[in-house]
Design a protein around this ligand. Structure first.
Ligand code: AMP
Length: 280
């Protein structure tokens, strides 16, 4: 595996790779790897000649009171995991080059960026769309891999690629969970023992809602009440939102549309802001 920091250097390398007729799979990440990242990388390894991953904690997607400074990092460990998984190029760009002093251009996927997580994180998806488009332009992959744990992010990126006519195939990877059901996340590192135990209620509540739907409950308000009741019993879990939405365009639904519905939630647990979702 080769680790590359310079933008023009990786562009040159990948130009040569493509000229030789190789397909390129790309996995953008913020590092501090867990099983979720590994699932994306393994899938990319299966499906492409050359695998490129990036590790970059993107400052423009963090709000002023968020955890940009304290976001967990372990480049040495990540690099070993990537190498063991057969990654060809690890791209670790430098902020001075990604956003130089005279940087002015941002991408905004309207409407979809303002709902769910976008309500409390108003500039978050603008930062995400901008960095993802920049990375895709640098790497120019055939396929790019994203996790469905960040469901809203996936749909926003899908919309951006469609609206801006990019010919890159998006590959969605289902949420990888730890043994206790919690969705794997770099931010789980912030949880104390008690917080982690209580945070298991998020997926339990989502699963109960899906079971309630299977037993005949179709109203969004009733399903939200099922979830709320379970989470309210865990005082360390502060619910931010629960929404029942159309999984394609993220519009709110009053009633479940079979196979087209997602229940998404966000909660603050100690220092960790956690998100999770379930398809119905
Ligand atoms: P991050 O480093 O958190 O920005 O995540 C990098 C990629 O990994 C994104 O596409 C995420 O959606 C994906 N990802 C993060 N956690 C999980 C998970 N538990 N299961 C599947 N994909 C995930």
């Amino acid at each position: 595996m080769e680790t590359i920091t310079g933008i023009s250097e990786i562009k040159e390398k990948l130009k040569a790779v493509r000229r030789q007729g190789n397909t390129v799979g790309f996995v953008p990440t913020m590092g501090y790897f867990h099983h979720g990242h590994e699932a994306l990388i393994k899938k990319a390894r299966e499906e492409n000649d050359i695998v490129v991953i990036s590790i970059y904690v993107n400052p423009t997607q963090f709000g002023p009171k968020e955890d940009f400074q304290s976001y967990p990092k372990d480049m040495q460990r990540d690099s070993e995991i990537a190498s063991d998984l057969g990654v060809d190029y690890l791209f670790t760009p430098d902020t001075n080059e990604v956003y130089p002093d005279n940087y002015l251009t941002y991408v905004e996927v309207e409407k979809m960026s303002q709902v769910l997580c976008g309500k409390n994180r108003p500039a978050h998806f603008k930062g995400v769309a901008t960095i993802v488009l920049k990375l895709l332009n640098i790497v120019q992959p055939n396929k790019a891999y994203f996790g469905l744990k960040d469901y809203q992010q996936f749909r926003i990126i899908e919309k951006m690629l469609d609206d801006l006519n990019l010919d890159i195939q998006l590959v969605a990877i289902p949420t990888v969970r730890d043994n206790d059901g919690i969705a794997a996340s770099s931010r789980n590192a912030y949880l104390s023992y008690d917080e982690r135990e209580q945070a298991t209620c998020l997926f339990q509540a989502l699963s109960e809602a899906r079971e309630a739907f299977e037993r005949g409950t179709e109203s969004a308000a009733d399903l939200i009440a099922v979830i709320q009741q379970i989470i309210d019993k865990r005082p360390l879990v502060q619910l931010e939102y629960i929404h029942v939405i159309d999984k394609q365009n993220l519009d709110p639904l009053d009633k479940v549309l079979k196979d087209k519905t997602l229940i998404a939630l966000a909660a603050q647990v100690g220092k960790a802001r956690l998100i999770d979702n379930i398809e119905i």
